[in-house]
Design a binder for this molecule. Structure first.
Ligand code: PEP
Ligand code: MG
Length: 311
């Protein structure tokens, strides 16, 4: 088959350390997929949908208006497909659209975007998606097509959820387009303190995984704008309050058989890796250039854990 033929000519991934904690990779643009797959990562922990849409130069609404729904769906299908091919059968976790309105405003069609004082606290992620089901449904239709094509390694991740109501509404949308949430792997990003504190009910609603978006979780926990240089020295993903939320969430998820992961920048930092492995996180997703180091750090911390147990 075609996939096997491609496999044969591809360079072998470097021998990687065996670890209980999976080490995955973040892919922000589909073009980086080959390089990302060559790291030997256990899968993609975060594939952002933003680039697939923003790179068209149009807002989703404008794109659909100009080219039609089907073309919009196909942009997304093709963006995901290239990455899913590179990694198959390793899992690829795709996040539904999460761009703030100030980014959309710069695009064609951007004049129709709301003008917000605080875009980071505003109309983005699952909030926008649930408010515009007529657009969101096409993103989910792209997943349905991919499953129909045999890409059973694709997973769906919802950004910026706050509570179980967000999760149930998103899950219902999956069902509406004909994706069986029992059959597919889907989950949420934990990137607000609210979502960390409400994760138990989300587990009851059937999420398979929760992934820490520490860029936002830090920003919202500490009330420090992640894009404001004036307070950059206060942006600390290892702040005790952030770690407390993460630690609690991992413990709750473990009780409920929900997998945990990190896909924020902090997943590439050794200190965060050490903390997460000790708390029992299921996987860590790092930047392409950091995957090797994270693999080795995970192994080191796991070995120390084992030694501490037998001592
Ligand atoms: C995060 O918030 O940590 C995250 C991975 O999402 P983004 O950086 O796209 O907001
Ligand atoms: Mg985020």
């Amino acid at each position: 088959d075609e996939r096997d033929a491609v496999e044969e000519v591809r360079p072998q991934a470097p021998v990687k350390p065996m670890t209980a904690t999976e080490v995955k990779v973040n892919v922000s643009i589909p073009e980086a997929a080959e390089r990302a797959a060559a790291t030997g990562a256990d899968g993609v922990g975060l594939l952002r949908m933003e680039h697939m849409i923003l790179s068209t130069g149009k807002t989703p609404e404008k794109y659909i208006n100009d080219h039609g729904e089907d073309a919009y769906i196909e942009e997304i299908v093709q963006g995901i497909q290239g990455v899913a091919d590179e990694f198959y059968p390793r899992p690829v976790r795709v996040r539904t659209l999460d761009a703030p309105t100030d980014e959309f405003r710069q695009l064609e069609g951007g004049d129709d975007e709301p003008n917000e004082h605080n875009p980071m606290l505003g109309y983005r992620g699952i909030r926008r998606s649930l408010d515009r089901p007529d657009v969101f449904v096409h993103e989910l239709e792209a997943f349905r097509r991919l499953y129909g094509m045999g890409y059973d390694n694709v997973e769906v991740m919802f950004p910026l959820v706050n509570d179980v109501e967000d999760v149930i509404r998103a899950r219902n949308m999956l069902e509406e387009v004909g994706i069986d949430p029992e059959k597919r792997s889907w989950g949420v990003m934990v990137e607000t303190p609210a979502s960390a504190l409400c994760v138990e009910q989300m587990a009851d609603a059937g999420i398979d995984f929760a992934s820490f978006g520490t860029n936002d979780l830090t920003q919202y926990t500490l009330a420090v704008d992640r894009n404001n240089g004036q307070v950059a020295d206060r942006f600390d993903e290892l702040h005790p309050a952030v770690l407390e939320l993460i630690g609690q969430t991992i413990a709750t998820c473990r009780e409920h058989d929900v997998a945990t992961s990190i896909c924020g920048q902090a997943g590439s930092k050794p200190q965060m890796v050490k903390f997460l492995v000790n708390e029992g996180v299921s996987s860590i997703s790092a930047n392409i250039d950091a995957v090797r180091d994270v693999q080795h750090e995970v192994k080191r911390v796991e070995q120390k854990l084992v030694l501490d147990t037998v001592r």
